[in-house]
Design a protein around this ligand. Structure first.
Ligand SMILES: Nc1nc2c(ncn2[C@@H]2O[C@H](COP(=O)(O)OP(=O)(O)OP(=O)(O)O)[C@@H](O)[C@H]2O)c(=O)[nH]1
Ligand SMILES: [Mg+2]
Length: 300
C-alpha cells in the first residue's frame, strides 16, 4: 500500500478555536484551550495516522499586534508554521466580522499553497442567515479551496474537514511513527496543562504574564505497587501582586489550579500524579530573550 501524508497548518486570529480543532482532529488534548486571548504561544504539532494516510497538524498562536518580545516570537511561530504547509486551515469565528489582522494574515499566505480551507467555527452561536453572510464576507477576501462551517464544541463539520484533508493528502512518507500523537516533549505537555488550568482559574489581568517551568518529573512505584508520576513545577509571574493572586487566600487558588491540573495530567498520561506547585516572580520576562528561551517559547 502506498503511503500518503499532508502537513496542515491551522492559522487565524486569537480565540477562534484553532487549538480546540487540533485536539478534536487528533482525538487527544494536546494543546491548551481557553477563552483568554493568546492561549497558544508556540507551534504545536499533532499527528494523526489513519492506515496509509498520516496528517501532521501544526497549531499556531493567534495573530495579534506585537506588544512584547514574546509576541514577536509568536508571530514568527505563525510564519514558520505556514512555511512548510501543504494545506492551510484558516479559522474564523462565526460570531465576529473579518478584521484587518485577518486580512493581513490572508495576504501573507504563500501562493504556492494551493489548498487553503476556510473553517468558520462556533456556528452554534449564530443562525443560518448570519452564517450565510459570514461565508460571503470571508469568501470575498480569499479564493478558498473550500468553506466548511463547523462547531468544534458540538462536533459539527469535523468529519467534513477530515475528509477534505484525507482527499488532499499526497503520496509521501510518514514523518512520525504511526502511533505518535505529538512531537511535544513530555515536560512541555505538562507545563501547558498547568498553564491552561491557571488561565481557566485566574481573572484577565494575570494570565498573560504566566509561564510554567517543570523542575522535575520522576516516576516511581508507591508502597502498593502503583506507578506514580511526581512532578515539581513552578508558575512564574511578572509581579508580587500577581503572585499573591495566584496563591490566593490561604493558598486556595494554587490548590484549585493544582487539583485541576493533576486530574487532567492523570487523564492524559493514564497514571497517578503527585503535583507540587510553587510560584515565583520573574519581572518583565516576556521582554527578556533568555527567559523566553528558557520557557521553550523562542521561535529561533
Ligand atoms: N461556542 C463555541 N466555543 C468554542 C468552539 N470551539 C472552541 N470554542 C471556545 O473558544 C475558546 C478559544 O478556543 P481555543 O481553541 O483556545 O482558541 P485558539 O484559536 O486556539 O486561541 P489562541 O491560542 O489564543 O489563538 C475556548 O473557550 C473554547 O472552548 C465552538 O465551536 N463553539
Ligand atoms: Mg490556541
Amino acid at each position: 500500500m502506498s503511503q500518503k501524508s499532508a502537513f496542515v497548518t491551522i492559522i487565524g486570529r486569537t480565540n477562534t478555536g484553532k487549538s480546540s480543532l487540533l485536539n478534536a482532529l487528533v482525538g487527544e488534548k494536546i494543546a491548551a484551550v481557553s477563552a483568554k486571548p493568546q492561549t497558544t504561544r508556540t507551534k504545536i504539532t499533532g499527528v494523526l495516522t489513519n492506515r496509509d494516510i498520516q496528517i501532521v497538524f501544526i497549531d499556531t498562536p493567534g495573530v495579534h499586534k506585537a506588544k512584547t518580545k514574546l509576541s514577536a516570537h509568536m508571530a514568527n511561530a505563525v510564519s514558520d508554521g505556514m512555511s512548510g504547509a501543504d494545506i492551510i486551515i484558516f479559522m474564523a469565528d462565526a460570531a465576529k466580522c473579518a478584521n484587518d489582522t485577518e486580512k493581513n494574515l490572508l495576504s501573507s499566505i504563500n501562493p504556492k499553497v494551493d489548498k487553503v480551507l476556510l473553517c468558520i467555527n462556533k456556528i452554534d452561536l449564530i443562525d443560518k442567515d448570519a452564517l450565510a453572510k459570514r461565508i460571503v464576507e470571508y469568501s470575498s477576501l480569499y479564493d478558498f479551496a473550500e468553506v466548511v462551517p463547523i462547531s468544534v464544541l458540538n462536533g459539527d463539520g469535523i468529519d467534513i474537514v477530515m475528509d477534505f484533508l484525507q482527499k488532499n493528502a499526497r503520496e509521501g512518507p510518514h514523518y512520525f511513527p504511526d502511533d505518535a500523537i505529538t512531537d511535544q516533549p513530555e515536560k512541555a505537555l505538562i507545563a501547558e496543562k498547568i498553564r491552561e488550568k491557571a488561565l481557566l482559574c485566574l481573572d484577565d489581568e494575570v494570565p498573560h504574564g504566566i509561564a510554567v517551568g517543570i523542575e522535575s518529573v520522576k516516576e516511581h512505584d508507591n508502597r502498593r505497587g502503583e506507578a506514580i508520576m511526581d512532578i515539581d513545577a513552578v508558575i512564574y509571574c511578572e509581579r508580587d501582586s500577581h503572585k499573591g493572586i495566584i496563591i490566593g487566600r490561604q493558598g486556595m487558588m494554587l490548590k484549585k489550579i493544582g487539583q485541576a491540573a493533576r486530574e487532567d495530567l492523570e487523564d492524559f498520561f493514564r497514571i497517578k500524579v503527585g503535583l507540587k506547585l510553587w510560584v515565583k516572580v520573574k519581572e518583565d520576562w516576556r521582554n527578556k530573550e533568555g527567559l523566553i528561551k528558557n520557557f521553550g517559547l523562542s521561535s529561533k
